[in-house]
Every structure is written in C-alpha cells, then in structure tokens.
Design a protein around this ligand. Sequence first.
Ligand SMILES: CC(=O)SCCNC(=O)CCNC(=O)[C@H](O)C(C)(C)COP(=O)(O)OP(=O)(O)OC[C@H]1O[C@@H](n2cnc3c(N)ncnc32)[C@H](O)[C@@H]1OP(=O)(O)O
Ligand SMILES: CC(C)C(=O)C(=O)O
Length: 567
Amino acid sequence: MPMLKDPSIKYRKFPSMNLPNRQWPSKSLDKAPRWLATDLRDGNQSLPDPMSVSEKELYFAKLVEIGYKEIEVAFPSASQIDFDFTRSVVAKAPDDVWIQALSPCREELIRRTIESLKGAKKAIVHLYLATSECFRRIVFGMSEDESVELAVRCTKLVRSLTKDDPSTAGTEWQYEFSPETFSDTSPEFVLRICEAVKSAWGPNEDNKIIFNLPATVEMSTPNVYADQIEYFCTNISERNKICVSVHPHNDRGCAVAASELAQLAGADRVEGCLFGNGERTGNVDLVTLALNLYTQGVSPNVDFSDIISVIKVVEQCNKIPVPDRAPYGGQLVVSAFSGSHQDAIKKGFNDREELVKAATDSGEISTSDAIKWQLPYLPLDPKDIGRTYEAVIRVNSQSGKGGAAWIILTQMGLDLPRGLQIAFSKIVQREAEVVGRELKGSEIEALFRKEYISNGFVLKEYDIVRVDEQSRKFVGSVEFDGREIRLSGVGNGPISSFTDALSNGFGVKVEVWDYKEHAIGQGSNVRASTFIEIRVDEKEKRWGVGIHEDVVQASILSVLSSFAAFL
Ligand SMILES: CC(=O)SCCNC(=O)CCNC(=O)[C@H](O)C(C)(C)COP(=O)(O)OP(=O)(O)OC[C@H]1O[C@@H](n2cnc3c(N)ncnc32)[C@H](O)[C@@H]1OP(=O)(O)O
Ligand SMILES: CC(C)C(=O)C(=O)O
C-alpha cells in the first residue's frame, strides 16, 4: 500500500502563526496591485521547450498590449537566448515598461545580468537567495549569518554596478530581493536578512526596494501565507520605502486565494504568469486575479478584451494548451450543456434584454453596460473578454429545451414558442443520443429546417377574399409529389380558410391548435415568422414554421410544413 494509513508519520503539519491581532480578515480588495509578469522567466524556465527569441518577442509584445508595466524578461546569465532577448528588449521596450531580470547571488552571474540590462530606460535587477532552514542546510550548507553576509555583499555589488555607477545614469534602476522559500523560512530570519539588504541598498520613498516574498512551494493554507505577509509588513522598518511583492506558486491549488489574502495582508505587488504557467503546478494565474477584480467592479489595470488572442500567443509560445476549464479563459467556462443551466442562462439574457430596453427607452442609460450584471451561472459577461454569446449554450444529450431553442434563436432569429421548444428538444435529444456527442449549431439548425420548415409543397398561387363580415374564402393551388392540387375553403380568417381548403382537398380534418408569430429583422428587411401547431384526423399534433415578408403567406407556409408530416 503506497499511501500510508497514518501519513503523520511521514508528513509534518505546516505550523500556523500566532498572530492574535491579525487585520487582514476584515479587509477587502478595492484596488489592483502592481503586477509583475514573469512568464518569460519563471514561466519559461519551467517549459519542456523554452521559448526562442522570436517566441519571447511575440509574448513580450502581448504582455505590453495587455498593459503590464513590469515584465521579468529573462534569467540572462542562464543562456545566450535569454541574454540576447534581454538586449533586444532593452532596445525596444516602451518607455513606461520596466524590464526585470533575475540572477542568483553569484558575482559573475550578477555582472552578466547587469550587462544585459545596460542602456535600458527602466530596469529592475532581481536577486534571489533561499533562506529556509531546509535550503540552507540541504542545498547551500550555509548558516543564517553566512546567508545574510552573501545577500548583503551581492546587494552592494548590484548597487555599485547600477545606481552608484554614473555611467549607467541613463537608466532608472530598481532593486528586488527575494528571500526564496520565504513561506518556509522563520519570519524573524526573513526580517533580519531583509533589514540587512535594505541597509545595503539604501532605498527611499521615491525609489522603493522591492521585497518579493515567495511561496516558492505552496505548503500551507492561504490564511497562513496571509499571516506571514502581515507579520512582515507590520514588523519591517521603513515600510514607506518598501514595495512588498508576493510570488505564490500553486502546489496546493490555492495560489489565487493566497495572492488575494496576501494583498489583504498588505502586499502591494503580485508576480505571476498568464494562465498560471510556471514551475510544477505553476505560478499564480494573472488572468484569474485580474478578472476576479474586474467582476467585483474593480479595474485591474490590464485589458483582456481579446482573451482569445492572448490564449493563442500563450499556447503558441509555451507549447502547452490552456485547459478547457481554466478560469475565465478556458474554452468551456462560458459554455453550458446542461438543461437547467441553459434554461436559466436563456432566461437571464431575456431578463437583461428587457431591463436594458426599458432603461434605454426611458433615457436612463446610454450603454447596456450601465445595467449591473446579474445573470444565472455567468459571473462575467462573455462579451467583455471578446467571447460571443453563441458559444455560451451548447447542446448534447444533457441539454433541455432551452439549449436547442437558444441555438435557433441566435442562429436563425426564431424565438420558438414553449410548445415547439418541447417538441424540438425531443428530436434533438434523440439525435444527440444517436451520434453520442455534442451537436454543432449547424446540425441543430439543419434538424430544425428538416423537421419544421422544409416540406414537399410548392405554393403555386392563392387568393383570400372576404365573403362577409365573419368569413373569408381561400382559393389556390399547391404542388405536391409532382401533382398540382386545387384548393378551396372557407373560414373566419386566412388560416382557418386555408386549413378548410386543405381538409377539402385532401379529404382529412385539419385543426389549428396553437399559433404564435413574431417579426424577424428590422426596417425594410423585416419578415414574419409564424409557428403553427395543427392536428390532422385527431392524430398527434405537429408544429410547422413559416417565414415570409407577408405574415399571411408565412402562416400558410407553416401550416403546409406541419401538414406535410401527416402525409
Ligand atoms: C525558485 C526559482 O525559480 S529560482 C530561478 C531558477 N532558475 C534557473 O535555475 C534557470 C537558470 N539557471 C541556470 O541556467 C543555471 O542553474 C545557472 C546558470 C544559474 C547555474 O548553473 P550551474 O553553475 O551549472 O549550477 P547548477 O544549476 O548545477 O546548480 C545551482 C548552483 O547554484 C547555487 N544556487 C542556487 N540558488 C542560488 C542562489 N540564489 N544564489 C547563489 N547560488 C545559488 C546552488 O547551490 C548550486 O551551487 P553548487 O554548484 O555550488 O552546488
Ligand atoms: C526567484 C523566486 C522569486 C522564485 O521564482 C520563487 O521563489 O519561486
């Protein structure tokens, strides 16, 4: 049995913090943090096939287009590709974008990193050193004192090569230090090493030092991480000269929650990747964080209006697909297959349309976006991220009447009456079971046309004349099965005179059971759509649909469509 009956003999419970006066639980998120996109560094280093220079260029351009102002572009001392790419970005980055590059605390690698950033308008040098007991003992064999000494020496080196070097004065420099494995390090030691690094760098309020506090491996529940961040924020000196950054990984699947709670606890900045690429289970997903803010009415300061193009670039450069269930971006997250979801969403869209119409008609609003979003099952309006409503409702054997009706509405503009929805959904259900998969919109439309619109009849010519106040007479002819059939009948209106004519012509009894109609289109393109349910010789009732510029002809066509099914 590989899994232990008692895992406590092998695994330790992560200790919680004793922080009785914690403030973060009663706070709420009301502004976007500073974002740092590390797709091209942490994301890239975790890929089976790291990005080429041209892929990095494409990705960088997309990050800039989305609106990221701080982008970690490389680990320049790792490879010639990373060095060359950093050089190319230095030449091309927009003036308001900070280029960040990472180096370990090793002198030759720091020199190479700063070399790669020479000439940049705005550059952030980022050094990391793991501080936890586990890493100091197992990886480095280093005491706390030795770690502090190394961090301070390397910080001073960065300082001498950047802000203290007059030859680099054309560059605005920032310095970021990451006590790697922060969340597994004693909080007191984190403070000690960061205080020492801060003194070595000498930040001020206008050029803050960035302390990036990573959950290098996510090892606890997000509330513990939030406590650690709050402890740091309240105990570090000169908080006004510090930007507190977080860098959560997703090993326990809680990186988004950890980032959000960390912001409540005082973090000013978040590092992550689009769609959560990154080491192991990934870095925190920047798309989810941004759109979580957006759906609470807070501007994230980044723009995912065209999320499909973002996914395309991410998939092309990472060579890893964005999962179909990825929050907000995944193919399936704005799709509903199941009947009760489809029904609620369809009603939600109808409700919204009515609210928007009423508010627009009364002059209360100038844009439909001014009506607060409230739609069953959809936390975000798909159109805000460039998704169409057509993709929202999809049909398979789990779907109900609302699903197929929605497809017919969006594709053909036909708002089916409830009875027809029920009848059609049985046909769709049967077909979905036969093919054993989702039905495409085009297949549903074809089923609908075959079942309710196409019929073997050709309406040759007709006339409906007024006999007296109460009655009308239909006279005309139809072609069916290669034969021309003359028809004549009387009723109290056009439809009843026509059904009487059919009854006479075919020697049956035709009764109209239900009738609905609505207009499709507007202005000179307007057409009538009619839905008529008839019964012939007391057999099972059938619906037919007719569409025509003339409402009477549309009705005749719909009767013919349903009548054909009885022959
Ligand atoms: C949590 C993170 O994501 S940190 C960023 C990780 N990213 C990467 O590692 C990608 C780029 N890395 C590389 O290209 C290479 O690892 C290099 C160039 C940095 C170093 O390569 P090498 O010299 O061949 O070392 P190697 O990778 O085998 O081992 C890492 C060495 O750096 C040391 N090291 C690890 N982290 C640090 C650090 N923050 N500061 C200083 N030294 C460090 C290790 O202890 C080890 O030293 P050792 O060789 O004396 O045992
Ligand atoms: C370099 C640091 C910030 C890192 O990537 C991590 O700890 O995960």
